[in-house]
Design a protein around this ligand. Sequence first.
Ligand code: GDP
Length: 357
Amino acid sequence: MTDHTTTDTLRTPIVAVLGHVDHGKTSLLDKIRGSAVSEGEAGAITQHIGATDIPLDTISGMAGELIDPTDFDLPGLLFIDTPGHHSFSTLRARGGALADIAVLVVDVNDGFQPQTEEAIDILRRTGTPFVVAANKVDTTPGWNSQDGQPIQRSLEAQSERAESRLNENLYEIIGQLSDAGFSADLYWRVQDFQKNIGVVPLSAVTGEGVPDLLTVLMGLSQRFMKEEMAIDVFGAGEGTVLEVKDERGFGATIDTVVYDGVVHNGDQIVVGGQEEPIVTEIRALLQPRPLEEIRTEKKFEKVGEVGAAAGVKIAAPDLDRAMAGAPVRVVRDRPVEDVIEEVKAELAEIEVDTAED
Ligand code: GDP
């Protein structure tokens, strides 16, 4: 038997990307993944079910001069792949938001739009720390793109005219944040990220400013979330259902983000269901196959265990009535009735909250 002494370790912060439609959420996630892969190191990213894990070394490689990796002991960042505040607002963890930190994408030309306001409301309500990605700086008239560069490098290459056009737009957004009740500034002017929201000008297409965004996300997590990131690596796993999906050969499965502890194949789990909690036993833990093996018939690879933070597909009997947004709990050494009560209590909280929307 494993010795279950408590061993605290720091887990990866979970990052969500929100914003108005067409403001560039998907492009930003694609750019971050793509640039990470072109960093060229083995293990530059790990594609999980529903999420992408970018280790500190890769982030540090992408951020170049902006990051000194020895300043950090958090292992990296886990980006939830499905952007948008609809999923964000249903994804809870113990009553709070599943994401530890968020990126609010705002088109620098368009400024705040209805879904930006909605996203801000949700971030405020859940108390989620966030940064603003002022996206599409490359569409500023007269812009001279500096692909993949830190934003200061890029600004140095701009005409005065282009820079002042951009500044006008940026200050418009800073004003809109202020109207929404958030004191904000360009991120390099922010002294205290707990009081002020940092605005990062960037382009999801050219990648300029993306190094800055990653640096700010790492810095914020390291400084303000380190305590919350300390988890017992042997603890009973806890997670949230992203999606319920039928998979050939497995039946109904749940794509899950594990945010605490560890989940083993064969574990008994309790999952929030449409009528009542589902008690079942894990038949398989599945991850996407690495890209180079994608030609094989099977989409997934079975793994023995998954530790937080991670995305994983769980196959188990009776999951067809499971619910997106619902809690998943490993039972382990506790009476199953206690875990069922926990799951019920959490579901009740989620329902009250959605009723308020
Ligand atoms: P989403 O709806 O927020 O996920 O937005 P998308 O990522 O789908 O982007 C909407 C459109 O804006 C697409 O045509 C993108 O190519 C374009 N786009 C996104 N980011 C940028 C950017 O930084 N610069 C430019 N020029 N176009 C962008």
